[in-house]
Design a protein around this ligand. Sequence first.
Ligand code: UDP
Length: 406
Amino acid sequence: MKLTLKNYSDIVGSSVIDELKLIGEKLRDKKIQHINSTRVGGGVAEMLNRIVPLFKEIGIDVYWDVIEGDKRFFNVTKKFHNALHGSKEHIADEDFETYMQASEGNIKKINIRGDIVYIHDPQPAFLIEKRNREKWIWRCHIDVSTPNEKVWGFLLQFIERYDASVFSSPKFTRPLNIPQFLVCPAIDPLSDKNRPLSQREINSVLDKYGIDKTKPIVCQVSRYDYLKDPVGVIEAFKLVKKYIDCQLVLAGNRAADDPETDKVYGEVMERAKGVPDVHALIIPPEHNDTDINALQRASMVIIQKSIKEGFALTVTEALWKEKPVVASSVGGIPLQIKHRYSGLLCHSIEGAAMQIRQLLHSPAYAKRLANNGKAHIKRNFLLTRLMREHMLMALALSNEGDVMYL
Ligand code: UDP
């Protein structure tokens, strides 16, 4: 079924949709272009896939382009990603050269079609070299509050030539000589990833992956990435399993711009050896969204034991499905979970294990957290709010005069 904006009024109210259309009218003569580094996998692709068609419906000319890069380039940008999050990485001078080489190819290939150009994350940041009369926005989805200074210093030569930057949390911002906007990510409540599913649909996904329908499921949905700490999740699960007969589902897919998947997955499989009831799944792209939806809905507890995070849409998705969540207190997660009100925030493997046990043991408490979580997501983190902020930012930047903050 093709979704239209009208479908969203049942959830957010018709006045919200009317307002989006009104703001959209003011942008009718503008072209908006988004550029990132992958169409599949990860939160950025997730959001662009959903907002691009809805903006088109409003009547805005919106384009989405993706840069190209070989394995060497994505190895370097993954290192940059980790280093910007504050992880220890050895960054060599030749890494910067590799980044610049791939930039040259993309600068030739990518056609700038927008009056307003959104560049997502560091991978395509160099495209600012193509700047002409457009307004350029650097949308940073990662936590750069404690970055590797060498990488950050290198990227600044590009970033400070943008008209504005956007961060997901006030904690992520840096001193910059360009305006900074705060825009939190959001989920689409009606996408295949989040729409309600029947028990039959959920069961068929569990059967497909050989998951026991009678044992409680604890689940983490994430790319196989060190910063998502899947090995830590297995360690926490082992502690829980001593007391409660439950099963662990790790669900991950591949992102074209993430070269570490196989290595991390190999380590996960190694650590899971001999641990009963661990399902470490690689979800095929054809069924990804419904499968993830079903696995989240089938779970008793969702865990997100990240070491570093951007916003963690996986937490948003779980809370929207009214699931109790145990998640690390990092990145944008505390914007979504208030400890003991809309979920539980953990700081260690042992803490995570204790909290999972608490939720499995106390369904009434788990339900209360989950209810509060869903209400919080409904108020703050649905796609319509994101669309509104995108449009207001585009308007603010395209008007003459000073840039306004939202
Ligand atoms: N995701 C998915 N399939 C998987 C693993 C993750 O579709 O096997 C999705 C997940 O549902 C979420 C996004 O990828 O929508 C991950 O976004 P998040 O902000 O949590 O993390 P990122 O990968 O961007 O660091």
